[in-house]
Design a protein around this ligand. Structure first.
Ligand code: ASP
Ligand code: MG
Length: 402
């Protein structure tokens, strides 16, 4: 078998953890399997590197930021190879350049385009464990790029797809995918399995356990994922195409506190206004999430939408610079909000999920500021300070606990 194993930063945070991972990989290697290991940077390394860059130049060029951040993974893979060699097993570390993992050119948020597998194949054929840097790629200028925070998961899935691995195991410091973040909802339950679609929604909506693009890619190439702990042998959660016959009405609850609401007020109530506004944002590569337009009255209307918190300043500037063109009288921003969502493939064929969620919020006195739905999810915007309470109430009302 060819197995891809990805370990997050906390799983390689220090010497003991590195040896722990090395030993676990060697176990499977000694069974005769081919092993590719993908690593994140050790512990909080990436955060520290970002802080260091901020300190030198808060407006550092994104190219240089990627040049800096990619060093984190280079440290963890080389140390891992040294540990395995010390344990008597031939292992080699490779970075994105050596593998030739080609991405788009966007620094800080690159996407894989093409991955060469000759070098990795060659090393595997020589019975080496191959340890690859997560989170990084190279673009057409031969520069390093990074894939966005948490991107090592996507590296693992991309390699599993490119090399047709039999399985892709994502090791982390929790035992799998839970019905809600167990630090916030102590009664949350670990799921045995979850579909790609549900996992994709949860990952996009704030569950941090998997990088959302890794799930997208796993679905596209049919790579089965197993999310499990690097610290114990619990079986973990399988992410795959179909899940059991009994589809859960609701499989999980997630909260995303990294969101803000922009309201553009007093727009002319005529064709083309929404187009002009969102075209402007799209040209600046701003990811808009929920959109709400009020009923036109007296020839004007308002449009509110949510964006990632980090984009607030840029979006406010863009709109103010174009206020006349989009006919806005005023623009406002609210930053202390959170998006709380329920996800479940079963809601497609069962009405009433939204009503039940709203009832749960009503029962604990939480006001809803915005609502949006898709086939398998309902999301609401609430005050950020009420997000945890909202998650608990919703989790309780759907009976997701053990
Ligand atoms: N080290 C990177 C980060 O902290 C990538 C990853 O951990 O997946 O975001
Ligand atoms: Mg991660």
């Amino acid at each position: 078998m060819l197995i891809v194993k990805k370990f997050g930063g906390s799983s390689v945070a220090d010497r003991d953890r590195i040896y722990n991972v090395a030993k676990r990989c060697i176990e499977d290697y000694k069974k005769g399997h081919d092993i590719i290991v993908v690593l994140s940077a050790m512990g909080k390394t990436t955060d520290q590197l970002i802080a260091q860059a901020q300190d030198i130049n808060p407006l550092a060029p994104k190219r240089e930021l990627d040049m800096l951040l990619t060093t984190g993974e280079q440290v963890s893979v080389s140390l891992m190879a040294m540990a395995m060699n010390a344990l008597g097993v031939p292992a080699i570390s490779l970075n994105a350049f050596q593998v030739q993992m080609h991405t788009t050119s966007t620094y800080g948020n690159a996407r894989f385009k093409k991955i060469d597998y000759d070098r990795i194949r060659h090393e595997l054929d020589n019975r080496r464990i191959v340890i690859v840097t997560g989170f990084q790629g190279v673009n057409k200028y031969d520069d390093y790029t990074t894939l966005g925070r948490g991107g090592s998961d996507t590296t693992a899935v991309a390699l599993a797809a490119a090399l047709h691995a039999d399985t892709c195991e994502i090791y982390t410091d929790v035992e799998g995918v839970y019905t809600a973040d167990p630090r916030i909802v102590p009664k949350a339950r670990k799921m045995r399995e979850i579909s790609y679609d549900e996992m994709l929604e949860l990952a996009t909506l704030g569950a941090k356990v998997l990088h959302n693009r890794s799930v997208e890619m796993a679905k596209k190439y049919g790579v089965q994922l197993i999310v499990r702990s690097s610290l114990n042998r619990a079986p973990g959660t399988v992410v795959k195409e179909v899940v059991g016959v009994e589809r859960m009405l609701v499989s999980g609850v997630a909260a995303d506190k990294n969101t803000a609401r922009i309201s553009v007020i007093g727009l002319k109530d005529q064709p083309g206004i929404a187009f002009k506004l969102f075209d402007l944002l799209a040209k600046h590569k701003i990811n808009v999430d929920m959109i709400l337009q009020s009923v036109g009255r007296d020839g004007t209307k308002d449009i509110s939408f949510t964006i990632p918190s980090g984009d607030v300043r840029e979006v406010m500037d863009i709109i103010k610079d174009n206020q006349n063109r989009i006919t806005a009288q005023k623009v406002e921003c609210e930053e202390n909000i959170a998006k709380v969502s329920v996800v479940g493939a079963g809601m497609m064929s069962n009405p009433g999920v939204a009503a039940k969620m709203f009832e749960a919020l009503y029962n604990v006195g939480i006001n809803i500021k915005m609502i949006s739905t898709s086939e398998i999810r309902v999301s609401v915007i609430v005050d950020a300070k009420e997000a945890d309470k909202a998650m608990q109430a919703i989790h309780d009302s759907f009976g997701l606990e053990d």
